[in-house]
Design a protein around this ligand. Structure first.
Ligand SMILES: *Cc1c(COP(=O)(O)O)cnc(C)c1O
Length: 417
């Protein structure tokens, strides 16, 4: 029987052959705009396939034309990203927002509506609530932590003239780690699909990265990433990715070609390098987070800790969703300190090793204040409803030694006592 390699074993070489590049062990940066055709006939054939004028003949591989349409660094990167969640196809973008907005623009039309979970990443929230309505798209909302009946209730408000076309979900929710049942959302997407109108379920999986949750296996049609976060993971690039079936990804890739928001060859190359250590980094981050969460739960200046590993049977549905959906407790921890904004700021200003910065999933630990930073733009009443208060600090646990992270957090928290 053939041995099936694990994705982490394939990240160093999959999809690349040294003979393509003078024997170079690593895929070089193909920093080029266009690719030379051997003959005019070959150029014609490449365009026919790229523009879908005819189906590729058997054994015919799409030829390289122009880096907005295809580039080896991006294609190899996409082939490797597919392995983590056994997706049929993948497209990488110049940012997470580019991936998100391309999907929304491709699958929503004027006169339709989109159902979203709350809270959403600030940029996504802005695009959906402030920009999509200008194109005649209605927005329906529900909250992380709601059950299937309650979500169905939110869809129940769909105006007849605005059929539901897309469900957009972020789980675990940022910054509270509240969970949404992807399978329940899929059942609702099926229930509200009509003959010529398929409701597409899209999940932003940035918070769990490609390792810790596989939304496609729970019924999501498309999964999105800010590759700036765990996939890039070194706080040195901005990128995005979308994965799903060949059928839907063909539409996503076509719109990407015409919006021109693909990642650059250099970003693609940096991501190839990052993917080699993705599993190692994420394993360490999750292991560190367990120690850090235990420490925070025991510190007298900490009121409450929001961490997937802290969910127990008494948390009901949230506990069951975690057990079904999440393969790890992740490395994102939020916590409420005793006190308000001044105390939270004092703690943040006292950090020495942990960086005071937004973003997440990086090699270095990062801390920020959601109320006044990442979620500054969110409606005050909504923040209250979601439990995002001035007492909350969000922590992304990095790969430093956990004793050093805890040492730094302790000295900063001790300043509140
Ligand atoms: C950062 C982030 C985004 C946006 O990605 P960019 O790479 O910054 O464009 C989208 N969703 C989530 C959950 C994020 O954390």
């Amino acid at each position: 029987m053939e041995h099936k390699m694990k994705p982490e074993s394939l990240m160093m070489s999959y999809g690349y052959r040294p003979e393509w590049s003078e024997g170079a062990i690593k895929c070089p940066i193909f920093q080029t705009s266009a690719f030379v055709f051997r003959t005019a006939e070959e150029g014609k054939a490449f365009f026919e396939v790229a523009y879908g004028l005819r189906a590729p003949r058997s054994e015919e591989i799409p030829g390289l034309i122009y880096s907005r349409i295809n580039n080896p660094d991006l294609e190899i990167l996409e082939d490797r990203l597919k392995l983590w969640e056994e997706a049929e196809d993948c497209a990488v973008f110049e940012s997470g927002m580019a991936a998100i907005t391309t999907v929304l623009l491709e699958f929503l039309r004027p006169g339709q509506s989109v159902l979203i979970s709350n809270p959403l990443y600030g940029g996504t929230d802005h695009f959906i609530k402030k920009i999509l309505p200008q194109f005649g798209i209605a927005v329906l909302e529900f909250y992380a932590g709601m059950n299937e009946q309650e979500i169905a209730g939110a869809i129940g408000n769909v105006p007849d003239q605005h059929p539901l076309a897309l469900i957009y979900v972020e789980t675990p929710a940022n910054p509270t780690n509240a969970l949404i049942d992807i399978e329940a959302c899929k059942r609702l997407a099926r229930r509200f699909s009509q003959n010529n109108n398929e409701v597409v379920l899209v999940v932003d999986n940035t918070y769990m990265g490609p390792l810790w949750q596989h939304p496609l296996q729970h019924g999501a049609d498309l999964v999105l990433y800010s590759a700036t976060k765990y996939i890039g993971g070194h706080s040195d690039l901005i990128a995005g990715a979308c994965l799903g079936s060949r059928r839907l990804m063909k539409r996503v890739k076509t719109l990407r070609t015409f919006l021109g928001n693909m990642a650059s060859p250099h970003t693609g190359w940096l991501l190839l390098r990052s993917l080699e250590t993705l599993k190692a980094r994420m394993d360490i981050q999750a292991a560190n987070a367990r120690h850090v969460a235990a420490f925070l739960s025991s510190h007298p200046a900490v009121e409450k800790v929001y961490y997937l590993g802290n969910l127990g049977p008494s948390d009901g549905e949230q506990f069951h969703i975690r057990n079904r959906q999440c393969l790890s407790y992740g490395a994102m921890i939020s916590f409420d300190i005793r006190g308000g904004e001044p105390e939270a700021f004092r703690m943040l200003n006292n950090l020495r090793l942990v960086k005071l910065a937004v973003s997440l999933g990086s090699t270095e630990s990062l801390a920020e204040h959601p109320y006044t930073m990442t979620h500054a733009d969110v409606d005050v009443n909504l923040k209250a409803r979601l439990g995002i208060t001035p007492s909350m600090i969000r922590l992304s646990v990095g790969i430093e030694h956990y004793e050093d992270i805890i040492y730094d957090l302790r000295q900063a928290l001790d300043s509140l006592l």
